[in-house]
Write a protein that binds this ligand. Structure first.
Ligand code: HEC
Length: 347
């Protein structure tokens, strides 16, 4: 269709740019370098860390060519010419990045652009890579073009998912729709993050979890497609109301390797401080018959229970003097209060 032709043209232009900027040291040897320019977007994202994922681990590692995007979401990387056609680009978007549409990033995440297709790094290019990864796990090699066609069809978009939808969204409703879908993917991906990595995107574990979530999102493209972005929650543009609306339509897809966070142990109720006054009332009601009205007289060794609830409970448990009938009435809280009273029988 027309779309893939456009896309093909763009790829050829990209290849030409790369060829023109390649600068082989004293020839066209493998030591030549090339410039890759790309734009990171949900909305245009400033200060994303972009790298060539030369070792294909889903992270920007210290030794990999990398750079930060400018206010237009753009960055140019100088890479070995041999990497241009093969390496994926990763954009790590931390809480130090800013989205031109929605402001500072609150939940870190990562995008990918598939090997050799670097015009943009977006949620949609990320889904293309997820499709490739998912098929690869199933033992099937899928080309970038086939994966892009799959994602585009799943979202019923009329523009290529490898396109710069922001550059075209003002004039082209199809690009606007692609951008809306792209943003929804970010919202659901963020909602799907494990509780333990909200603000970081800096480790192998996070990279794995992100990749699993992206593959999981492939199964949600139909839900994403069905979101009505003309709904009142989204009519005013991007924002919390629209994000909540998106989340209400598309359930989160936590990665299978998310470690469930143990429910916080309920804080033990602080033991109430013993009340001698209450102990006095309890003593008068339950103990005077055998120990007398005034415990200070120590009738039947009652003062052995002063400040010693265990002595009282033990006397009841062992039926000293026939006290076992008190077992239901005098338990730990009551014994605590009586023990306090016996320590201060003058109150
Ligand atoms: C039915 C009579 C009776 C009642 C009621 C009774 N006691 Fe006693 N209690 C005794 C007798 C008799 C002893 C002494 C038994 C012994 O020395 O073997 C005793 C002993 C004790 C001792 C000393 C235990 C020890 O190990 O030295 C404590 C303390 C005590 N009672 C607390 C209480 C408290 C508190 C109450 C009220 C909640 C209570 N008793 C109610 C008859 C009673």
């Amino acid at each position: 269709m027309k779309v893939s032709k456009n896309h093909l043209t763009l790829s050829l232009i990209g290849a030409a740019v790369v060829a023109l900027t390649a600068c082989g040291g004293g020839g066209s040897g493998p030591s030549g370098t090339a410039a890759i320019s790309t734009t990171v977007m949900d909305g245009l994202i400033q200060n994303a860390l972009v790298c060539v994922d030369a070792n294909n681990n889903g992270l920007c590692d210290a030794g990999e060519v990398q750079g930060r995007t400018d206010a237009n979401g753009q960055v140019t990387l100088t890479v070995p010419a041999s990497d241009v056609g093969t390496a994926k680009l990763i954009a790590m978007i931390g809480t130090d990045a800013i989205d031109a549409d929605t402001g500072p990033i609150k939940t870190a995440y990562a995008f990918t652009a598939p090997a050799g297709r670097h015009e943009v790094i977006s949620p949609l290019t990320t889904m293309v890579q997820a499709k490739i990864d998912s098929d690869e796990k199933a033992g099937k090699a899928t080309s970038v073009d086939d994966a892009a066609t799959y994602v585009q069809a799943a979202l019923t978009l009329n523009v290529s998912v490898l396109d710069n939808y922001i550059a075209r969204r003002v004039s082209n409703p199809d690009s606007k729709e692609a951008g809306d879908d792209a943003h929804a993917l970010v919202v659901v991906a963020q909602a799907s993050k494990c509780d333990d990595d909200q603000t970081e995107m800096d480790g192998k574990k996070e990279a794995t979890q992100q990749n699993e979530t992206h593959i999981g999102l492939l199964g949600k493209l139909n839900d994403i497609k069905s979101i009505d972005f003309s709904h009142s929650s989204c009519a005013a543009g991007p924002g919390a109301a629209c994000d909540d609306f998106i989340k209400s339509k598309v359930p989160a897809v936590p990665s299978t390797s998310c470690v469930p966070q143990p429910a916080p142990a309920p804080a033990p109720a602080p033991a109430p401080a013993p009340s001698a006054a209450n102990g006095k009332v309890l003593y008068a009601a339950n103990c005077t018959g055998c120990h007398g009205a005034n415990p200070a007289l120590n009738t039947n060794n009652i003062l052995n229970g002063a400040n010693s609830p265990s002595t009282i409970l033990n006397a009841i448990a062992t039926n000293r003097g026939g006290m076992s009938f008190l077992a239901a009435t005098i338990q730990a809280p009551q014994a605590n209060d009586i023990a306090a009273y016996l320590a201060t029988p003058g109150i």
